[in-house]
Design a protein around this ligand. Structure first.
Ligand SMILES: *Cc1c(COP(=O)(O)O)cnc(C)c1O
Ligand code: SF4
Length: 354
């Protein structure tokens, strides 16, 4: 007689304190404080990402495992650190720059980064713009003919169904002033199988389409992640990378170099290295700007130019992004400009005052 056996359970996304305990990612002593964190901020760790965690405090674990420190907001922090809320003409749209606007069709993410600048808004309860709200957001884009680029973000747009993504793409096709569509996503590394053939096909459009991948550590670019990225690249959609400079994740020359090289190896062009925005409870990830500049300068001349991201700061208060990379120009005592070479030597520029 055959013994009854339980069918193997497919691995599932870790969402609760109990899930984290069962997975051995937190200790029972941490549980009460983390129940408190859970009142404020969502947690999700999909199986593909959980598999990469070797120890809870490693560069992968730190990004997604909640920490009691998240309940301590310090006076330098702001629930809306980049001032998006004030720039939203209709739900789902953020308009700061003349030629481009953000479209946020949902506030759900495949995982919840503990350092997220939108952490007060994103979460499984944040949901999807309902049909009427999406129509209003698309109408806003249709009537603003000075907008040439739609930057889809959220939440994570690749958490939409392929059907809904196709519907949005068709609506954008009808707007002749929209030349470029950009999708910012963490799905290819967080939950690669979700970016399947159906979703990749839904991204096909006659517009100039770009995917910007949010990736913070070289180990995130697993074979499955690279396969997902190839499904997009195979449709002539260029893939760019954006990372956040994070304490304990990518704040050493070795980790940063590996992250940049892993992107180039996957045909991803590093685009931005973001200074961490001061969202509530994120102080443990802060790397000072001067340290970030020194880190980047340490790679100058050693790492291929195509791996070089622009280090950017989103000025708190909604004042926009500015490059804050290392500066290689100095004014000499003779009032002339000098260039700083990667080896640290200074060179006078005979034609340049200043
Ligand atoms: C970051 C951002 C963009 C995109 O900026 P790029 O520098 O073009 O990548 C667009 N709109 C808003 C509101 C933003 O915060
Ligand atoms: S994927 Fe982006 S929006 Fe979502 S939690 Fe991470 S940083 Fe925030």
């Amino acid at each position: 007689m055959a013994l009854p056996v339980n069918p193997p359970q497919p691995p599932r996304t870790l969402r609760s304190v109990a899930d984290l305990l069962a997975a051995g990612l937190i200790t029972p002593a941490q549980a009460p404080a983390l129940e408190n964190v859970a009142q404020h901020y969502a947690t999700a760790i999909p199986p593909a990402f959980a598999d990469l965690i070797e120890t809870p405090d490693d560069p992968i674990g730190r990004q997604v495992i909640p920490d009691a420190a998240e309940c301590h907001t310090d006076p330098t922090e702001d629930p809306d650190p980049i001032g998006d809320d004030a720039l939203s003409p209709v739900p789902g749209i953020v308009h700061r720059y003349a030629d481009r606007a953000l479209l946020k069709p949902l506030l759900v993410c495949p995982l919840y980064c503990r350092f997220c600048f939108r952490r007060e808004h994103v979460g499984p309860g944040g949901g999807v713009l309902d049909e009427a709200a999406l129509v209003r957001a698309l109408d806003w884009l249709r009537t603003h003919t000075d907008i040439h680029e739609v930057v889809m973000t959220g939440g994570d747009p690749l958490m939409l169904s392929a059907r809904r993504m196709r519907m949005i793409m068709q609506a954008l096709e009808g707007m002749t002033h929209i030349h470029t569509i950009r999708i910012h996503s963490r799905v290819p590394v967080a939950d690669p199988d979700r970016l399947d053939e159906a979703m990749a096909a839904a991204l096909e459009t006659t517009r100039s389409m770009w995917l910007v991948l949010h990736v913070n550590h070289a180990r995130e670019l697993t074979p499955a992640a690279r396969a997902a990225i190839r499904r997009v690249q195979a449709r002539a959609i260029p893939v760019l990378g954006q990372s956040v400079l994070l304490r304990g994740v990518n704040d050493t020359p070795e980790a940063l170099e590996a992250l940049l090289r892993a992107q180039v190896a996957a045909r991803i062009r590093p685009y931005y290295l973001h200074q961490l925005d001061p969202a509530p409870g994120t102080a443990r990830f802060h790397v000072p700007i001067r340290e970030g500049q020194r880190l980047l300068a340490s790679l100058r001349g050693r790492v291929t130019g195509i791996a070089w991201p622009t280090y950017v700061l989103d000025i708190p208060g909604g004042h926009g992004k500015v490059p804050i990379g290392p500066d290689y120009l100095r004014t000499g005592p003779d009032g002339m400009l000098h260039a700083l070479a990667p080896d640290g030597t200074l060179h006078r520029l005979a034609r340049e005052r200043g």
